[in-house]
Design a protein around this ligand. Structure first.
Ligand code: ATP
Ligand code: MG
Length: 279
């Protein structure tokens, strides 16, 4: 469980807070999507959950973040990394090995995973992420999207209870993006991993996440189930979040016809609403 209590953070030398009075609870087993415009504080929040803030980044930190009951400010980063795995927005800075297989082995060995478990975990992670054929490739020969998958696979291999991903599909095409989110769903549903994903592709979040948190200027502007958050299209537009077309459609349908139309989160629901209202 992640408990964030009145968290305010200002980077050293910055003239405003990157996060302001953020309070958020993510229960075990949740799949939370975080959205918000550029500079809203999404990466800062992701780093605060993983403990990178305050441990590796200078700044003024007020409030508290607890992960599985441990106060992140008082827990060593190495201990936190066993509970929370973070895939950085800038994956390049995360990959340290020159061969894919070594990147996964590095983490597994560092975590002291028993020898006889290593091969199974390595194969599982590579297969789940869909990069088994890349096992012996050099990282420098990979595309940005493939590197993103390597970073994800190295964390999957470590099986932390909580996985935080900062724009994990930023370099990926639509097909691979869905593939990554399907994997996250499997990890969430079958392995009970708590998932926190910062993502620009809101349609993907609407399909895969259970809840959404919307950040705006360092604050949590909206939080709730996907449906609850999408209900207020106007608010999302004002914040600068791209709304899914299905939700825009249902809001327009209600406005133009005066009919009561519940918010639609996908194309099927939009078609169904159109049939019902327009006949
Ligand atoms: N290392 C830093 N030093 C000073 N200010 C920073 C630093 N990193 C981020 N900021 C500022 O903190 C605020 C929040 O940044 P953050 O990177 O968390 O936003 P974001 O929502 O992840 O944006 P993006 O969508 O561009 O990734 C921004 O105003 C940003 O300029
Ligand atoms: Mg960011």
């Amino acid at each position: 469980m992640i408990e964030i209590q009145s968290l305010t953070f200002r980077y050293e030398g910055a003239d405003r807070d990157a996060l302001r009075d953020v309070t958020l609870t993510v229960p075990d087993g949740a799949f939370l999507g975080i959205i918000g415009p550029a500079g809203a504080g999404k990466t800062t929040l992701a780093h605060a959950i993983g403990g990178i803030i305050p441990h590796a980044v200078r700044g003024d930190f007020y409030g508290a973040v607890r992960v599985n009951g441990s106060d992140t400010a008082e827990t060593r980063l190495t201990d936190l990394s066993r509970m929370v795995g973070t895939v950085f927005q800038d994956v390049e800075s995360q990959i340290i090995s020159s061969v894919v297989e070594d990147e996964l082995l590095y983490g597994l060995e560092n975590f002291g995973v028993p020898r006889d478990e290593i091969e199974e975990r390595l194969t599982f992670a590579l297969e789940q992420v869909g990069i088994a054929p890349l096992r012996h490739r050099t990282v420098s020969s990979l595309s940005g999207g493939q590197r993103q998958k390597v970073a994800i696979a190295s964390l999957v291999a470590l099986r932390p209870g909580i996985l935080v991903l900062d724009e994990p599909t930023g370099e990926l095409d639509p097909f691979s993006s869905r593939q990554v989110f399907s994997l996250l769903r499997t990890l969430n549903r079958e392995y009970g991993m708590t998932i926190v994903a910062v993502e620009q592709k809101i349609m993907l979040l609407c399909e895969f996440a259970d809840r959404l948190a919307v950040l705006s200027e360092g604050r949590i502007a909206r939080e709730g189930t996907v449906r609850q958050v999408l209900c207020d299209i106007r608010a999302l537009e004002e914040i600068g979040v791209n709304c899914p077309r299905a939700a825009l459609f249902s809001s327009l349908l209600a406005e133009k016809t005066g009919a009561e139309v519940p918010v639609c989160v996908n194309a099927e629901e939009a078609v169904e609403a159109a049939r019902r209202v327009l006949g």
